[in-house]
Design a binder for this molecule. Structure first.
Ligand code: NAD
Length: 473
């Protein structure tokens, strides 16, 4: 697609479609060509969006809860009805195969419905003849939401839904790499919500920084990398904004001596390579007991050989391209560096020829803890496997990370694995799966993986402040 044919989606501010003088090219990673041109929001347009959200908050926060929930459910139904359009946009801008893009939209609406199953009702803390004390949840005001490019629709819905359900209004900014499907979510929102309740703006990293320092925004809900999370925390201090920071991860998986390697190979493979390895909570470092090390390596390679890499719109493709050139170059460099430092490439898959950003499935062995492939978050299709003899070593290595998003233990005996999993220093401790999420299950990390959680009752509470109503009778 050339620039003249490229899609030109609008931003959504105060219920209106808004275009900009400047635009940002959106690249289709399967072709490396410009697929769309997205608005590049100016600072004054951001001010307009925040002002619209502040104005809308006065009415929206006073709408009876049942009516708010009804409108949110109507929105989720409209997003569901739009699955085919959204999935096509996603495949073009993000790269994932079309069936997986449909699954992302399905997951987004499934998780969204989960939020609507929870209501934060007032809780009586004390009731005596002389005193009545009640804890209430109040909306915060305008939420500034900033998302990453790996699951654009899912991450956007994880922020829109809890924001508006609890009576807040929102200004949402997707990644400049993948703004198109999110702008479409903004368009659909205008069919359901009053003007200014859901505003979607697109732009570069500057726009994100303007949001984090904006005095009209009360909370930043962020999904992205650790370094950006730290910058946001510093910038948000200006008016003491609330923060939810869902950051990176370098999750470990410990495979015990009693596993059936052939039986677990597919699950172990997808734990890492799902979404071309661009998953915050992917199993990035695998520690395998020496007695099953050869079998696990062999079965993983056998399974990897059945996987097809290609353009997301092509039928039968399992894994698409990496989303952007910067990641492509970074992941290439990490592999080359590891090999130069003595790592062995146990397996590397073929990739389609041409300009698309296709990276091979790469399994590395003989790695050292100091290598970037092990010590840093690699956001791409690279798995490192290290043998261990003693479970306490495996646990120590697993926990030796600046991150703490998720971690897993794999065994034929789930109870045995659970004892070890509970000692992992991370937010999600999983047995025989990685990652594992559900609408009623809070998701979030510790250490460098962030602050706060999304999903579940705890996720919804993050969009509110507690007010105590205390009556002396
Ligand atoms: P990124 O931090 O580069 O960008 C994320 C978003 O922040 C983008 O919208 C970007 O424009 C914006 N941004 C950049 N600089 C900013 C600034 N100074 N102030 C405010 N906003 C700014 O991350 P990415 O490359 O888009 O995403 C990949 C990262 O996201 C990985 O580290 C991954 O692990 C993480 N991630 C985490 C989760 C989770 O739930 N924990 C989920 C998905 C991705």
């Amino acid at each position: 697609m050339t620039m003249t044919q490229a899609l030109k989606p609008a931003m959504w501010i105060n219920g209106q479609a808004v275009h900009t003088d400047h635009t940002l090219p959106v690249i289709d990673p399967a072709t490396a060509e410009v697929y769309a041109v997205a608005p590049d929001c100016s600072r004054s347009q951001l001010d307009e969006a925040v002002a619209a959200a502040q104005k809308a908050f006065i009415h929206w926060s006073a709408v009876p809860t049942a009516e708010r929930y009804r409108l949110v459910n109507a929105y989720i139904d409209r997003v569901t009805a739009d699955t085919e359009v959204l999935a096509n946009l996603l495949t073009h801008e993000q790269g994932k195969p079309l069936p997986k893009a449909r699954s992302e939209v399905g997951a987004a609406t499934f998780f969204a419905k989960g939020y609507t199953a929870v209501e934060l009702k007032p809780q009586v803390l004390r009731e005596t003849p002389t005193q009545y004390v009640e804890q209430r949840h109040r909306p915060l005001g305008v939420i500034g939401a900033i998302t990453a490019w790996n699951y654009p629709v899912l991450l956007a819905m994880w922020k829109i839904i809890p924001s508006v359900l609890t009576g807040n209004t929102i200004v949402l900014k997707p990644s400049p790499n993948t703004p198109v499907a999110t702008l479409r979510l903004g368009e659909i929102a205008q069919e359901v919500f009053p003007p200014g309740v859901v505003n979607v703006v697109s732009g570069g990293n500057d726009l994100g920084a303007w949001m984090t320092e904006h005095s009209g925004i009360r909370k930043i809900a962020f999904t992205g990398s650790g370094p950006t999370g730290k910058r946001i925390m510093a910038s948000a201090a200006g008016n003491l904004k609330r923060l939810t920071l869902e950051l990176g991860g370098n999750d470990a998986g410990i495979v015990l001596d009693d596993v059936d390697a052939a039986k677990m190979a597919a699950d172990l493979f997808w734990a890492k390579f799902s979404n071309c390895g661009q998953v915050c909570a992917a199993l990035k470092r695998m520690y395998v007991h020496r007695s099953v090390y050869a079998a696990v390596c062999e079965e993983l390679v056998k399974f990897a050989k059945t996987i097809k890499i290609g353009p997301g719109l092509q039928e039968g493709v399992d894994i698409g391209p990496i989303q952007n050139r910067m990641q492509f170059d970074q992941v290439h460099a990490v592999i080359a560096e590891a090999v130069a430092e003595g790592a062995t490439i146990l397996y590397q898959s073929p990739v389609p020829a041409g300009p698309g950003l296709f990276l091979p499935i790469t399994i590395l062995t003989n790695v050292k803890p100091s290598m970037r492939a092990v010590a840093h978050e690699v956001f791409g299709p690279v798995l490192t496997i290290t043998p261990f003899d003693d479970e306490t070593d495996a646990l120590r290595w697993a926990n030796d990370s600046e991150y703490g998003l998720g971690g897993s233990v794999w065994s034929s005996n789930p109870e045995r694995a659970a004892v070890l999993a509970a000692q992992l220093d991370c937010g999600g401790a999983w047995v025989n799966q990685h990652p594992a999420m559900g609408p009623e299950i809070p998701f979030g990390g510790v250490k460098g993986s962030g602050i706060g959680v999304e999903l579940g009752r705890a996720g919804l509470e993050e969009y509110t402040s507690i007010q105590v109503l205390n009556i002396k009778r």
